[in-house]
Design a protein around this ligand. Sequence first.
Ligand code: UDX
Length: 459
Amino acid sequence: MKIIIIGTGYVGLVHAAVCSEYGHEVNAYDIDREKIEAFSSGQTELIEKYVNEPGLVNILRETMGKSLFFSNDLGAIVEGTDAIFMCLPTPSNADGSTNLTFYDAAAEQIAECLAKRKDSRRVVLVDKSTVPIGTARHLQGIMAAHGVNNFGVASNPEFLAEGTAVVDARRPDRVVVGCDVEEDFRILRRVYSQFVNHVRIKYIETTPETAEAIKYLANTMLLTYISFWNGVGAKIGEKMPNVKIDDLRKGVTADDRISTWGSFVSNGAGGSCFGKDIASLIYQLRQVNVSTKMLEASFEVNEYQKVYLIDRAITEAGFKFNNKTVAVLGLAFKKHTNDMRDASSIKVIESLLGKGVAAIHAYDPLANDTAREVFDPSKNILFEKIRYFDSARKAVTDTQALFISSDCEEFRGFSRTIEDSVKPPYLVMDGRRMIPDYDELVAKKFSYLAVGAMAIMPE
Ligand code: UDX
């Protein structure tokens, strides 16, 4: 099949790579010339500056020039295409609604090109990035307004997680395809021929609106599940004596119907999808007068969860942040990425600065550069108090407290580094329960405060 991918962010580029690997002729288009040049260069460093997903560069090198091509001239590639995948950024507006500015601009551009094409082959316009329920229909309107002939619209949401996007795209749990007519389903069945009738992969065909809703329901369900553990499970461990949160998790998730994923209590879930999608679904449901109490609770639990260890440090551990130096380890929203969108660390650092800390020692194995952009001192003078370190050990040195805000492997069993680098009185705030041998720290007079457990103070 001849495919065009519009937008080469992590969704678009991974989709382009995997489709080209499966033998389709793929043209990936982006308005950003520098990006197209970087990807066309085939150089790891240039590619990974934009999208850093394990396994991606290898596929690009294999397929580039054979079945994968990059372009910033849409008019030149549109002829003879079977499917056009829309993989555009859809950020949030202040009221939670989805901002379709990039999407609409791209749709207009595609419509203009398609209206001028010479061939009359059926082309399907497919929404891949998460867009509000009804957007495929809206896309149909844009195409019709430009007089585009012989086209269909479809919704085919992606379910890729960052860091495993290539693996997820090669072997998805499910492929969801929402179309109006059989000839469009048929085109997408050919695009995804390796997944149709697969022994393990569920190939689901439905209406465009249902496909759009599946994505929102899936992501808000996952966040709500995490919020249930953080808002209920963790609290039981924190308030009821002798309840062990890890045993509680194991016992509850032993039931096949209850997922292990999401049951790991934390100082909140971040990333590019969860917060944005739940805000958008709340907005969409309010438009049709549906109560959004449950979703609002799930969102609020998650937001407060990001910082509440700091409140607990004050109320339960009696810690005074004023003029203290605090290390914050783990700046990205999870391990193996430099992405800080909606990362818990942002709220943690802002809260600490608000409590008058003297300095913050920040460290992340991948996200220090992203953090320098996020905490730009020209936006807020307080960000000058943040210093960046190239190792966790250096970041911890000369601090009076420490906050672990992501699940990087290197923070697991971090107690020895802490003991070697600082002396008590010292407070460890563990937002990811990364220190299973905390009793050794407590025996050496360190204070330990973790999500899901009562504060443990030295005798
Ligand atoms: C998520 C969905 O998993 C994916 O299907 C969707 O397409 C996009 O959003 P991603 O944003 O990459 O993917 O992150 P994910 O690995 O799901 O983690 C999200 C957040 O939840 C992270 O901050 C993670 O640390 C946190 N989390 C995850 C927990 O706090 N506890 C858990 O048990 C699992």
